[in-house]
Design a protein around this ligand. Sequence first.
Ligand code: EPU
Length: 440
Amino acid sequence: MSTQMRIRGGKPLNGRIHVRGAKNFVSKAMVATLLSHETSVLRNVPRIRDVDVVSSLLGLHGTDIEYDQEKGEISISPHDLHLPHNPSEMDKLAGTSRIPILFAGPLLHRLGEAFIPDLGGCHIGDRPVDFHMQVLEDFGARRVQGDEGMHLIADSGLVAKPVHLPYPSVGATEQTLFTAVMARGITELTNAAVEPEIMDLIAVLQKMGAIISVDTDRTIRIEGVEELHGYNHTALPDRIEAGSWACAALATKGDIFVEGAHQADMMSFLNVFRKVGGSFEVTDEGIRFWHPGGSLKAIPLQTDVHPGFMTDWQQPLVVALTQATGISIVHETVYENRFGFTGALREMGANIQTYRDCLGSLPCRFGQRNFYHSAVIQGPTQLQGADIEVPDLRGGFSHLIAALAADGQSVVSGVDIIDRGYENFMDKLYALGADVEEVK
Ligand code: EPU
């Protein structure tokens, strides 16, 4: 798609759109297929760039892939698994994704070695991989750093070790699952992340033959098995995308039915949406979100790991909070650098200040460390159209929402980032009556 779009804002978004499988699950379920030599089939796969990137990465490792985009079904056969013949190709692809580090466990199990290129991803903090590396090395992988990335070797297989994560990281929990499912012995993983996407990944691994139990205190126990099989699975819906459209309805005074949205995965979002003054109705097909008229209410909010309010909902909600009456305080505790997108909102007239302090009920890892990780938003302000550059995936979609809510015209650049995680977003915007066009 073109990298620029023109938006004439101020029109409520009304209508019905469909949300398919969660980006942050689908990519991991695709990697899980490497654990077996049998064919796996995943359904409800969205047509987003991250799926293409992971498909290409799998292809470089010798897997056969059949992808029916219309049906949203992908079939992956890693019969002839090998390391990439040309590591630099992996490097080129990986520049846009952080998924390659998760190839490590499955490749070490099946090949005894793995190559991990230097990692890319969104610019929302340092996003280190120290927890991942700790797990891999504790289980017996040896690391050799090369020019293009890292070579990992486990000549005599992987052996289970207790894992305690310093922070309940989603990626490090997934890394531990992939590394432990076929390791020798039982792994006790404490302080694990238990996001719905992780639970769905555990469901996939169980279908493949893994033995995994999850305790109420976020301890996960994994009994290593010798062999895993292919799976057949339908991905859970994308709760980040669903929440983003809900915020778009609120910010534009619109009414959007998000077909496919699933209440149980969005409890904390729905509570906040209601406190701000939004209305919603849950049905068997999805969730309808709308602005009921009158003024929205300012709130205090803190992002957290599941079952808290997820960090990826923060940016779209902040746009909606610019339309609420009073002072909202948002404390971002998952990423140290996720308020960069507020600069553009300020240019559009929003009254937002960011602070280094922990402006929440609990201090977080980023207090006293020079990170602007709290924001104070005073509203309501009528946003004005502006020329904006998209910073990252979630910040970028939030800029679109701001431009759709603003008076006048905005030109948003770098919008191609958005199709990394939002399926057919231009078509969905047209379906909701937005006045938008790609700038050729
Ligand atoms: N962290 C470390 N060391 C590590 C790993 C993580 O310090 O080795 C820190 C991170 O720096 C961060 C915190 O732990 O401060 C949480 O990071 P986490 O590992 O949970 O995030 P992730 O696995 O890299 C996934 C999603 C993100 C989502 C987060 C939190 C994928 C591909 N990405 O990232 O999604 O925000 O979990 O839920 O699943 C997005 O979709 O736009 C996105 C950024």
